[in-house]
Design a protein around this ligand. Structure first.
Ligand code: SF4
Ligand code: SF4
Length: 93
């Protein structure tokens, strides 16, 4: 049996990106008061990063797991599922 790495599994996914409508918005004011910055470590796809003191998320590659919302201690995220027909298409379970 071939064992796939996490990177291999993630590469199997397909994304329909709704360019005009991010499904994750970040309140930077709240992020500036956040010491833990859990989002940087908890996202399984590693989509969060900090650039010039601002938190950014590459939402187009989102797995829609909701982890970032669960670990954000400052309620800084506005998160919704992508509009119907958009978002991730899982090809393997
Ligand atoms: S965990 Fe929440 S408040 Fe903290 S940096 Fe990430 S999004 Fe901002
Ligand atoms: S929902 Fe999951 S995959 Fe999407 S940005 Fe949040 S933690 Fe990352």
């Amino acid at each position: 049996m071939i064992r796939l790495t996490m990177a291999d599994k993630l590469a199997l996914n397909k994304f329909e990106v709704n360019e005009g409508e991010p499904h994750i918005l970040i309140n930077q004011e709240k992020c500036r008061t956040c010491g833990e910055k859990n989002c940087l470590f908890a996202c399984p796809a590693q989509l969060y990063s900090e650039q010039n003191g601002e938190i950014t998320v590459e939402w187009a590659g989102c797995l829609e797991c909701g982890t970032c919302l669960a670990v954000c201690t400052k309620d800084a995220l506005s998160w919704k599922y992508p509009q119907g027909g958009f978002g991730i298409i899982y090809r393997q379970g």
